[in-house]
Design a protein around this ligand. Structure first.
Ligand SMILES: Cc1ncc(COP(=O)(O)O)c(C=O)c1O
Length: 389
């Protein structure tokens, strides 16, 4: 079974995970990460969402409205809520996955504290438009959500550098991974210092138990994505047996993982540092797969694609189909897991549900119709997949 995602990890990450710990493992990872992103500072967190909660606190935002996409990962509004603020959802633009920035600007009022600008699936957010918004509303912070946008650029400008700070997720489904983990990057010394102090106050030091749990998880992940094994994993997943590991939200609850305030452990930092060495290759591979899909699917009316954008890096290659379930089943029969990624319309979730059903039409459409073609194996994998479906 070809998995819909697969972390790019190998012997060097395995060796890094087993190496004796050093006291400065996390610091080294932060330095390498900041350098990679071309930023002055990086601070590591147990999850990207933890970083976002504490960043909002470091920016002094409390009881504010935080503008975020209606079509994004559920953990984003959860983190906003946990920080003592209120998420304000914005529908997607009509020809792309990202938030409609015109609607976002219309929503700004004196209670607005920040905009979470997300380059979803690695499609760059329009930085020129964001610049204009920032000029007209200087009191608002722009936070780049780069969980999907490693190396993503808008007209040659790296998205992570355009705003007060950027947020990265580093779990095994992400472009770069540190097993779990997240990172906040910034060029602003004041924000860095405040966030570092808050992190020290709010996060507890990771105990040996966390390191041990992460090691077991990593050793289990390592072979799980191997194609002969993955068929079994996929069957168990469909039976619901793996829900504990793969189901990351409940429609009715705003919550966080039990260890969201336990700092990143050394093992995660060492794996992340090792994984950074593969960065260029990972991005090139994903772009090559995406180019191939674009070429093959351009004249196939069953697959509706977002327009091609220079600077996109395709954390996922996502297309819309009319009958998603039929395509998913067909692919499974051919030994391919297509899967979906964000299959919910956040404002319609019970946890946030004070919105009208037709208020976010683009998000509703994506939530119902998107499928996700694997990009982790580059053009060769894309060719295998296109030959089968
Ligand atoms: C768009 C987006 N933002 C933020 C995050 C937060 O990452 P984490 O799972 O590390 O909290 C994710 C994670 O999946 C994401 O997809």
């Amino acid at each position: 079974m070809i998995p819909r995602l697969k972390p790019t990890i190998g012997a060097r990450e395995l060796i890094a995970s087993l190496r004796p710990p050093r006291r400065d493992d996390v610091e080294r990872f932060e330095q390498s990460f900041a350098e990679l992103m071309g930023q002055e500072y990086a601070l590591a967190f147990p999850y990207g969402r933890t970083g976002l909660i504490l960043l909002l606190e470091a920016l002094g935002l409390k009881d504010k409205e935080i503008i975020c996409p209606a079509y994004t990962c559920v953990v984003v509004p959860h983190a906003i809520t946990y920080s003592g603020n209120k998420p304000v959802f914005i529908d997607c633009e009509t020809d792309g996955f990202n938030m409609d920035l015109n609607s976002a600007e219309q929503t700004i009022n004196e209670k607005t504290g920040a905009i979470i600008a997300t380059s979803l699936f690695g499609y760059p957010v329009n930085l020129d438009q964001l610049d204009e918004i920032q000029k007209r509303h200087p009191h608002i912070f722009i936070i780049q959500d780069c969980a999907h946008s490693f190396a993503t650029e808008w007209n040659g400008r790296p998205v992570q550098k355009e705003g007060i700070a950027a947020l990265f997720g580093l779990n095994i489904s992400k472009t770069l991974t540190s097993v779990f983990g997240g990172m906040i990057t910034t060029d602003n010394e004041d924000v860095y210092k405040k966030l570092k102090i808050i992190r020290q106050q709010r996060l507890k030091r990771p105990g040996w138990g966390k390191g041990f749990r992460r090691l077991l998880y990593f050793l289990a992940v390592y072979p799980a994505f191997w194609e002969p094994v993955y068929g079994l994993i996929n069957r168990l997943e469909r039976l619901g047996v793996l829900n504990y590991f793969v189901k990351y939200y409940d429609d009715t609850i705003i919550d966080m993982p039990s260890d969201y305030l336990e700092g990143m452990c050394g093992l995660e930092a060492r794996v992340g540092t090792a994984n950074i060495g593969r960065y260029e290759a990972i991005i090139t591979t994903r772009r090559a797969a995406a180019q191939y899909y674009f070429k093959c699917l351009i004249d196939k009316p069953d697959f509706k694609m977002a327009p091609k954008v220079d600077g996109a890096t395709y954390s996922h290659f996502v297309v819309r189909v009319d009958d998603r379930e039929r395509w998913l089943q067909l692919a499974i029969r051919k030994g391919i897991q297509l899967g979906w990624l964000i299959e919910y319309n956040l404002p319609e979730m019970e946890a946030y549900g004070d919105h009208k059903p037709d208020e976010f039409p683009m998000t509703a459409d994506y939530a119902r119709r998107t499928i996700n073609l694997p990009v982790w194996g580059g053009k060769t994998l894309a060719q295998r997949i296109m030959r089968r479906i």
